[in-house]
Write a protein that binds this ligand. Structure first.
Ligand code: ADP
Ligand code: MG
Length: 586
């Protein structure tokens, strides 16, 4: 085929491939336009998860009759006009390709009225061709309605999920937008039913109210206010104390200059700040706003503008890490603050908390509990016991049984102890690896038969680059080909781990370029990943002596633990508590 320039319509459809992934991405672009137009109220109406219809109306500045056609053209924008503007862009849009792309994959009607006009004008687009404006009814502002998204791109249409799933993406997006702009009112309507109605929230209490509505009252109850400033960077918002934590990263909202972004530097800094107060595999919650001069961040790096690039990512990282770390420390979140029995945030909390009421007796810190038992023991002498005559009952008592392969039931002086086997073992392994690293290196053992692992070239590069740091971690691993590595030694504690999974995790944790100040904190993260691999999985049958050994290990580890993690490894149900549960009188 000879080379030829593609027709405009096809170019737009190609651009749409990047910009418009699903109904929610259309809604995102339209809301951004409304915000850029200074809207105070944005109404989003959806039919059939956005597959049937999407309509976004605002009370913003509107588009004049003469500009209506232009708005629909590719590379037509009112937001920038020079490279200089681009480098300091303050609006959400600037690429001038959203409307043209969306119009090329749907049937669109654009209705708008500026404050100076007598009435609104409407333009309909068919097959990418905009008709001429016709007079229409409507208040000042803009209304964009589109039907049959992807009607002409069957491949894309096929990829759309159920109405419910698509709508949940839209709802998630509205949440983000509503958190980004407290000054704007939002309405979300699905199939004629109002799903969300959020009044503008200019005052701090109203803002907190909106956060509670969108992130849950429980999040707000545990939230610490953040307000930090350093030269040209500022950070404010809410961060939940670590005992509110979640199985999924679904309460994490980070905005850079009002734009929701996914960014590795940010994610890493936040992870680090929580590293010693959150258990491996649990996720913190936060709604945070980072503000900086538009010149310090490049927003033109992603067609959907999901990513940004910082001019000086190092100082952004340090600022975020130190602000959050300090905030958590100031709030007294550190050693001793995480309480067994109350440490379960999010969904798990709901179930656990109803089953085991949060009472002071359950909510004692591990260290306190242990000294408490010691006292109780000396006061009352050995009572209920499986301990040999004359020996003290250890704080966590003796194992009775294993429940569903997940929990150990044990009896101690006070009553029943429930232990999360995997969490406990992981914690012990982590602490051991950590103290091994601090002392004279993690003890490792050569494998009888070295294990060859096929990896990507990039991973092999990483393995080569981090060879020495992996040695410190007790792992000897050499590159033996462009896409192959060989594992020769692993930490003794992790002998039974799945080698490949372990190495992959360690490599991915090590990929951030470790500068000296970060290495230490990074190592903890790596250790925590490693510990997960080396620990007993749920559903492993343990014998009574094995369970008792784990309980003894826990006591040793808990006593010496310098830091705590968000998830409890055990809880106590004392006899009094049990009596209450069964409504037994005293
Ligand atoms: P961009 O937002 O990158 O400029 P778009 O294709 O999204 O590109 O929109 C093109 C232009 O149409 C915008 O620059 C703006 O002038 C105008 N426009 C779009 N939506 C609205 C709206 N809701 N209110 C006012 N003007 C709008
Ligand atoms: Mg736009």
């Amino acid at each position: 085929m000879p080379i030829h320039v593609l027709p405009e319509f096809l170019i737009n459809q190609i651009a749409a491939g990047e910009v418009v992934e699903r109904p929610a991405s259309v809604v995102k672009e339209l809301i951004e336009n409304s915000l850029d137009a200074g809207a105070g109220l944005i109404r989003v109406e959806i039919e059939q998860g956005g597959k049937g219809m999407i309509r976004v109306s605002d009370d913003g500045a509107g588009i004049s009759k003469t500009d209506l056609g232009l708005a629909l053209q590719r590379h037509a924008t009112s937001k920038i006009s020079s490279l200089e503007d681009l480098q300091a862009v303050a609006s959400l849009g600037f690429r001038g390709e959203a409307l043209s792309s969306i119009a090329s994959v749907s049937r669109m009607k654009l209705t708008s009225r500026t404050s100076g006009q007598e009435h609104a004008w409407q333009v309909s687009v068919t097959s990418g061709q905009a008709g001429s404006p016709v007079p229409s009814a409507g208040e000042a502002g803009t209304r964009i309605e589109l039907r049959d998204l992807f009607y002409n791109v069957p491949a894309r249409r096929k990829f759309l999920r159920t109405d419910r799933t698509e709508f949940s993406h839209i709802d998630e997006l509205i949440k983000k937008m509503a958190l980004a702009r407290f000054d704007v009112a939002f309405e979300l309507i699905h199939n004629g039913k109002a799903i969300r109605r959020l009044a503008a929230a200019p005052e701090p209490e109203q803002q907190a109210g909106r956060v509670a509505k969108l992130c849950g009252q429980e999040f707000l109850d545990h939230a610490l206010l953040v307000d930090e400033q350093r030269s040209d960077l500022s950070l404010h918002g809410w961060v939940a104390e670590p005992r509110y934590n979640r199985a999924q990263a679904d309460r994490q909202f980070f905005f850079v200059n009002g734009r929701i972004v996914k960014d590795r530097v940010i994610a890493h800094a936040v992870r680090q700040a929580f590293r010693d107060v959150l258990f491996h595999g649990r996720h913190p919650g936060f709604v945070l706003f980072l503000q900086m001069s538009a010149r310090l961040v490049d927003v033109n790096v992603h067609p959907q503008k999901h990513e940004v690039r910082f001019r000086d990512s190092r100082s952004v990282h340090d600022f975020l890490y130190s602000s959050l770390h300090r905030r958590l420390a100031d709030a007294g979140v550190g050693a001793g603050a995480m309480r067994p029995g109350t440490g379960m945030g999010g969904e798990t909390a709901a179930t656990n908390v109803t089953a085991f009421p949060r009472q002071a007796g359950l909510a004692m810190a591990v260290g306190e509990q242990i000294s408490h038992y010691a006292q109780a023991l000396s006061a009352s002498g050995p009572g209920i016991t499986q301990a040999p005559e004359g020996e003290e009952i250890p704080p966590l008592g003796f194992a009775l049984a294993q429940l569903h392969g997940v929990y150990i039931l044990a009896q101690n002086v006070d009553g029943l102890v429930l232990v999360d086997m995997h969490a406990a073992h992981e914690r012990i392994t982590y602490e051991r690896l950590k103290s091994g690293l601090a002392d004279d290196g993690i003890r490792s053992q050569a494998l009888l038969v070295p294990v060859n692992v096929r990896v990507s070239e990039r991973e092999a590069d990483q393995a080569e680059k981090h060879h020495d740091r992996m040695l410190e971690l007790g792992i000897e691993c050499n590159r033996i080909g462009p896409e192959e590595i060989m594992i020769r030694k692993v930490p003794t504690l992790l002998q039974k781990a799945d080698m490949k999974g372990l190495i992959m995790d360690v490599l991915s944790e090590l990929t951030m370029d470790g500068e000296s100040s970060r290495i230490e904190s990074e190592m903890d993260e790596v250790l925590s990943s490693m510990a997960c691999h080396g620990s007993v999985r749920a559903n492993r049958q343990l014998s009574i002596p094995e369970m008792n050994a784990l309980l003894r290990d826990m006591e040793r580890t808990e006593r010496s633990a310098q830091c705590n993690h968000g998830r409890p490894t055990w809880i106590q149900l004392n006899l009094q508590k049990l009596d209450q549960l069964f409504l037994r009188g005293r």
